[in-house]
Design a protein around this ligand. Structure first.
Ligand code: UDP
Length: 466
């Protein structure tokens, strides 16, 4: 056991997240997993949405100054921001890696084994090739959605892009069970930017020394099998990251979670509460917000709603609620700005998760055996939702117009209807598989073992020179 913990000793891994909550969390979790194998950890990051070094005193942190300011970052959408980073960080990262690979630094800190980076930061392949450090990619989304991303050129060739509403019920020939309406879109001023970003990051993944996934074989075996056929680089599904029991797994949250909701949950009946959260980026209109609010109230189920400030376009927080709404709600509902989500999903009072199906939320729900109400918005979310509802059968999609009557119906169906038991059973089966895969001999356990061996066999130019 002790030997296992020491395998990486004397070796440093440099990691870089994409600066969004759903990307920072898994990267820091991965860093902790590798730290538990004895590797030293350095996190290189943008100043915008910088992780909090005080939560990780056992890591070194290096900000890339001058690459991007907070004000600039707040003005563009996630796709454009990623593009800006892919251009602006080239020089600062080159300088930073050159320093970390310098003889003196290596003598002081240990050999650099590799650079592990979020797949979206495709510019890093060129930088790594130039400075002579192997690059491993972390894909923070699922494998099934990545397979769709990797098929973008083919989908375009076959006329699926731009996505046409009139074809929404058509099954995508090469990617069943996906229908045209499940294909990833990103509402942006420049729709082509999303397509280009995806194609570029998939191409650069193919040049890497390996791809790590926060998923597990039993959850996405068919996509992983196909990826192994199509990609010649090694593939490591070693998730779910958040279920490794490790010392030093501290908060990765950019916002402060409001833990008062846990004492509210303590007072609710088992499996009675609908937990609602749409993650860290999704925004909704005022009209949608009001339909959600009334749908929740009319369902008569207790609910915990995490509404991030800025979620409702044009409002600071809850101003669009009619006066008296909160007072009339009484104890039936609890609203917070940001929830301790992992803790919430683990709570016995939670019976359903109304989610936007970001990959982390989807995986967290599966791992706690919580059935989902799926309301995807953009990017990979529609694919994750389709898998949750139609492949794993662990949730129901809110398909029609977002309207209070529809919401009420779906909540009732998931909490009380005939299908509810079957869905609960399916999600409990997956929860069990998620537990088993991390145990000795389990799929993720074994893939992590091969990943560690692979990292130890990689050679950066400083190591070769020694
Ligand atoms: N999250 C949280 N509290 C909240 C809402 C979200 O801790 O109130 C966390 C959640 O546990 C997940 C992450 O934020 O780990 C959101 O990532 P996801 O991939 O689901 O969605 P994104 O924010 O990237 O759209």
């Amino acid at each position: 056991m002790e030997e296992e913990k020491q395998r990486g000793k004397g070796n440093r891994i440099i990691l870089m997240p994409s600066p969004f909550q759903g990307h920072i969390t898994p990267l820091l979790q991965l860093a902790n997993i590798l730290y538990s194998k004895g590797f030293s950890i350095t996190i290189v990051h943008t100043v915008f949405n910088s992780p909090d070094p005080s939560s990780y005193p056992h890591f070194s942190f290096l900000p890339l100054h001058g690459a991007l300011s907070e004000t600039e970052a707040s003005k563009v959408d996630a796709v454009h921001l990623t593009e800006v980073i892919n251009v602006r960080c080239v020089q600062p990262l080159k300088e930073c890696l050159t320093l970390l690979l310098s003889h003196d630094k290596v003598k002081e800190d240990g050999c650099v084994s590799c650079f592990i980076v979020d797949a979206a930061l495709y510019f890093t392949q060129g930088v790594c090739d130039e400075v002579g450090v192997p690059r491993i990619v972390l894909r923070t989304g699922g494998a099934s959605s990545f397979l769709v991303f990797a098929s973008f050129p083919l989908l375009r060739e076959k006329g699926y892009f731009p996505v046409q509403e009139s074809r929404s019920e058509e099954v995508v020939v090469d990617l069943p069970p996906l229908k045209v309406k499940d294909l990833p879109v990103f509402q942006s001023k420049e729709p082509e930017a999303f397509y280009k970003l995806v194609c570029r990051f998939v191409d650069e993944c193919k040049k890497s020394s390996g791809i790590i996934w926060n998923t597990f074989e039993e959850l996405e075996s068919s996509a992983l099998t196909k990826l192994r056929q199509d990609f010649s680089v090694p593939i490591y599904p070693i998730g779910p990251f958040h279920k490794y029991s490790l010392a030093g797994s501290n908060s990765t949250s950019l916002l402060t979670p409001d833990k008062t909701c846990i004492s509210w949950l303590d007072k609710q009946e088992q499996k009675s509460v609908v937990y609602v959260s749409f993650g860290s980026i999704v925004a909704i209109s005022e009209e949608e917000f009001l339909e959600i609010a009334w749908g929740l109230v009319n369902s008569n189920q207790p609910f915990l709603w995490a509404i991030r400030p800025g979620t409702i376009r044009g409002s600071e927080w809850l101003e669009p609620l009619p006066s008296g709404f909160l007072e009339n709600l009484g104890k039936r509902g609890y609203i917070v700005k940001w929830a301790p989500q992992e803790q919430v999903l683990k709570h016995p009072a939670v019976g359903a998760f109304w989610t936007h199906n970001g990959w982390n939320s989807t995986l967290e729900s599966v791992c706690e055996g919580v059935p989902m109400i799926c309301m995807p918005s953009f990017g990979d979310q529609k694919i994750n939702a389709k898998y949750a509802s139609d492949v794993w059968k662990v949730g129901l999609q809110l398909e029609n117009k977002l309207e209070r009557g529809e919401i009420e119906k779906v909540i009732r169906k998931l909490m009380l209807g005939d299908e509810a038991n079957e869905i609960r059973e399916n999600v409990m089966n997956l929860k069990e598989k998620a537990n088993v895969c991390l145990k000795k001999g389990g799929s993720s356990y074994c893939f992590l073992d091969s990943l560690v061996s692979e990292i130890l066999s990689l050679k950066s130019s400083t190591r070769r020179a020694q």
